[in-house]
Write a protein that binds this ligand. Structure first.
Ligand code: AMP
Ligand code: MG
Length: 405
C-alpha cells in the first residue's frame, strides 16, 4: 500500500496549472497573476500633506511662537490657489496638495489661530520636508509593480485598483464538482427517516473548496446504483476536479471505481496507508488530443476521512492547478504532553488539543470515536501523526502535528 508521501507525489504529478484567463479585478482574490503589472500613475500624484496642519516655509519659523498670515484652506481633492510667500501659511488637510513655495507642514495640534486670523506656530525648529509625502515617492508611472506568479491577496487587489486595472490575466479558480454517493443520504434540509443520514459531506467539501479559493459545483446525491452514478459522474467530469464522497470501500455497493473505469477515468491509485482514509481512490481523465483533463478523487464517505483526505491530497492539487507555490498541508514539530497508548498498524492521524508553553507546542490526545466522529474532531486544534509498531508514546516525545484551521 502507498504511504501518504508517495500518494501525494502521484497526485502532484497529475496536477498541472490551468491556462491563464482575463478576469475582472473583483474575481481575482487568491488567484495567481499571469502578466506583469506597471503603474500608470505617480503615487502620490502630487506632493501632499500627510497631516492636518499648516503648510509654510520652514525658514520662516526662526523662533518658537512665530506668527504667519493665513492665505487659505485646502482640503483633500482641492487645489491651492496661492503660493506661499515669506511670512504666510495655508491650512491643509491630510492628502491635500502642497501649495507651491511651501516646504514643510506643521501639525494643527502645534498651531494656534489668533482672533485676527494669524497663525501662531508653537513648534521650533521646523525641518524642511517634514510631514510631506513627495510626488511619486511610493511608486512612479511606468514602474513594474507585480510579476507573473505573484499571488493576489487583498493588498495586491488594492494596489491593482490604485493603478486602474479593472481586469487582468490570471490563472482561473479550478472548478470542483462535488458528488455524494449513498442510498442512506438525504438532502441536508430534510429530517432523516429511520436508517438515513444527512448528506453533510456536501457542505463540508464545499466549504473546503471555497477555503482554497476554488469554485465548488455541488452535484447532490447519487444513489448506489450504476446508472445514476454514471450520469452524475459524467456531469462531474466536465470540471477541472471531481470530488466524490463514498462508494470507494470494499462494500457490495461500493460501485464508484467500476463506474469510473467504464467512463475512461484512469486509476492512478486505490487505497493508501492512512487512518482515517485508507480507501482513497485517485485517477485522471484526459480527453484524447485535448489539453482538458479532470482529476478525480474518490474520498471515503466517513466525514473525518473525507476531511483528512481533502487536506492531504485535494488541497495541494488545487494549489498546483492554481499555480500557487505550495499549498501542501505542512506538519510542525510538537511535544507530547502525556503518555499515549498507540495500538500500532496504519499511519494514523489522531485529534489533539494543542497549547503553547515555553516556545513549544504541547499536545494532548483527545478521546475520539474514529472516522465517523466529526464532532470529536471539532474539539481538536490539530491531528498528531502516529506510526509504527504498537507502543506507548511517552510524555516529552517529539511528534509531528498538522493544525486544523
Ligand atoms: P462509504 O465510504 O460509502 O462506505 O461510506 C462510509 C460511511 O460514511 C457511511 O456509512 C456513512 O455513515 C458516511 N457517509 C457517506 N457519505 C456521506 C455523506 N455524504 N455525508 C455524511 N456521511 C456520509
Ligand atoms: Mg456508501
Amino acid at each position: 500500500m502507498l504511504d501518504i508521501d508517495q500518494a501525494l507525489e502521484l497526485v502532484l504529478q497529475s496536477s498541472l496549472p490551468l491556462p491563464a484567463q482575463q478576469l475582472p479585478l473583483n474575481a481575482a482574490l487568491g488567484r495567481t497573476l499571469a502578466e506583469t503589472i506597471h503603474s500608470d500613475v505617480d503615487s502620490p500624484p502630487h506632493d501632499k500633506s500627510i497631516v492636518d496642519g499648516y503648510a509654510l516655509r520652514a525658514a520662516d519659523v526662526s523662533a518658537a511662537g512665530m506668527s504667519l498670515n493665513l492665505l487659505e484652506e485646502v482640503t483633500a481633492g482641492k487645489l491651492p490657489t496661492h503660493h506661499i510667500v515669506p511670512g504666510a501659511a495655508t491650512r491643509v488637510m491630510t492628502g491635500a496638495p502642497l501649495p507651491l513655495g511651501a516646504d514643510a507642514v506643521v501639525m494643527v495640534e502645534k498651531c494656534y489661530e489668533a482672533d485676527d486670523g494669524s497663525i501662531l506656530i508653537n513648534e521650533f525648529p521646523v525641518k524642511a520636508g517634514q510631514n510631506i509625502m513627495r510626488r511619486g515617492s511610493s511608486m512612479k508611472a511606468g514602474q513594474g509593480l507585480l510579476m507573473p506568479g505573484d499571488t493576489l491577496r487583498a493588498i495586491e487587489i488594492g494596489l491593482l485598483a490604485e493603478v486602474g486595472r479593472m481586469d487582468l490575466k490570471v490563472i482561473p479558480a479550478p472548478s470542483v464538482a462535488i458528488l455524494s454517493t449513498g442510498d442512506e443520504l438525504v438532502p441536508v434540509g430534510e429530517k432523516p427517516s429511520a436508517g438515513k443520514i444527512r448528506n453533510s459531506n456536501e457542505c463540508l467539501l464545499e466549504a473546503l473548496v471555497k477555503k482554497y479559493h476554488a469554485t465548488p459545483i455541488p452535484l447532490g446525491i447519487a444513489r448506489d446504483e450504476t446508472d445514476d452514478l454514471r450520469n452524475k459522474i459524467e456531469q462531474g467530469l466536465q470540471h477541472d476536479v471531481l470530488v466524490i464522497s463514498g462508494g470507494v470501500s470494499a462494500g457490495v455497493l461500493d460501485l464508484v471505481p467500476r463506474v469510473l473505469a467504464d467512463l475512461n477515468v484512469r486509476q492512478i491509485f486505490h487505497k493508501i496507508n492512512l487512518k482515517p482514509g485508507k480507501p482513497l481512490w485517485f485517477g485522471l481523465r484526459e480527453e484524447s488530443g485535448q489539453q482538458r483533463r479532470c482529476l478525480v478523487f474518490g474520498l471515503p464517505g466517513n466525514p473525518v476521512s473525507s476531511y483528512i483526505c481533502f487536506e492531504l491530497f485535494v488541497r495541494p492539487a488545487l494549489g498546483r492547478l492554481s499555480a500557487h507555490d505550495d499549498q501542501r498541508w505542512h506538519g510542525v514539530t510538537a511535544t507530547l504532553g502525556n503518555d499515549y497508548e498507540f495500538r500500532g498498524g496504519r499511519f494514523t492521524l489522531h485529534p489533539v488539543a494543542v497549547h503553547e508553553q515555553g516556545g513549544k507546542w504541547i499536545v494532548t490526545p483527545l478521546p475520539w470515536r474514529g472516522s465517523g466522529d466529526l464532532f470529536g474532531l471539532s474539539h481538536a486544534d490539530a491531528v498528531v501523526q502516529l506510526a509504527g509498531e504498537a507502543r506507548t508514546f511517552k510524555a516529552g516525545e517529539s511528534v509531528k502535528i498538522f493544525f486544523l484551521n
